[in-house]
Ligand binder design. Structure first.
Ligand SMILES: C[S@@+](CC[C@H](N)C(=O)[O-])C[C@H]1O[C@@H](n2cnc3c(N)ncnc32)[C@H](O)[C@@H]1O
Length: 226
């Protein structure tokens, strides 16, 4: 008998953990930084949050504006984001940034994104920043994806690698950064990591535990707020 093969997707694995962690936070305004197709943004809007969402891809923002015309999300293109940045500063209880910085090669650009997130968060606000879990980049096959690493890559540093997403068969490029590099980037941007948590999963080569995504729950450094 051929059993039905059901692959998992980040929507089943990562999004529920992000939603659960945000529901526990005291706050009603969320900025979704790098919102992509807006799936997660819309879920929070349906839960009654006041949502503002930005993506560097104008195409995705235009599509989101058309697709979700009936909903109350404010979608911002890059131009709109830049023009309105001053008015958006310190306005958000929560800034969500899911699977964005692990797609950006330049540390300078990542630092820029993190500084923007910092400025968007109100005093005592929270940042929920999800990345591809650097502690398991070496796992070749998980329930979600296949990973193809360059030869002789150094897991203690930074490199580009490809992955194939099982549900879509799409090849994506990601950037591996050792956990310490992420911690340095966050700390240099003025954040304290309150908690780190990871999505549970499996290394299908040997049936061991592995994890596809890591979430940083961050606040602004206390001394910066004074
Ligand atoms: C893998 S998708 C994740 C989308 C969504 N956050 C999610 O979790 O489904 C990464 C998104 O980040 C956006 N992005 C990449 N660099 C960015 C930047 N510097 N500023 C804003 N968005 C960026 C891309 O256009 C893309 O839509």
């Amino acid at each position: 008998m051929i059993s039905e093969i059901k692959f998992k997707d980040k929507v089943d694995v990562l999004d529920p953990i992000i939603i659960e962690s945000i529901l526990k936070i005291d706050g009603k305004t969320i900025f979704d930084y790098g919102c992509g197709d807006g799936q997660l943004t819309q879920k929070f809007a349906e839960k009654g949050y006041t949502m503002t969402a930005f993506d560097i891809s104008d195409k995705l923002i235009q599509e989101n504006k058309l697709k979700h015309i009936d909903k109350s999300v404010r979608y911002l293109s890059e131009n709109e984001f830049e023009n309105q940045f001053k008015q958006l500063e310190h306005k958000f209880d929560i800034v969500l940034c899911s699977l964005v910085i692990c797609t950006i090669e330049s540390d300078e650009m990542v630092q820029n994104v993190l500084r923007n997130i910092y400025e968007l968060m109100r005093v005592n606000g929270r940042g929920i920043i999800a990345v591809c879990n650097p502690n398991y980049t070496q796992v070749k096959e998980s329930e979600i994806q296949y990973r193809f690493l360059p030869e002789n890559c150094d897991l203690g540093s930074k490199f580009e690698y490809k992955k194939k997403i099982k549900t879509t068969n799409r090849i994506r490029t990601d950037i591996h950064r050792h956990l310490k590099l992420y911690q340095n980037l966050l700390s240099n941007s003025g954040f304290t990591i309150m908690r780190k948590y990871e999505t549970p999963g499996k290394d299908l080569e040997n049936d061991n535990y592995s994890s596809d995504f890591l979430i940083f729950d961050v606040v602004k450094n206390i001394e910066d707020e004074i």
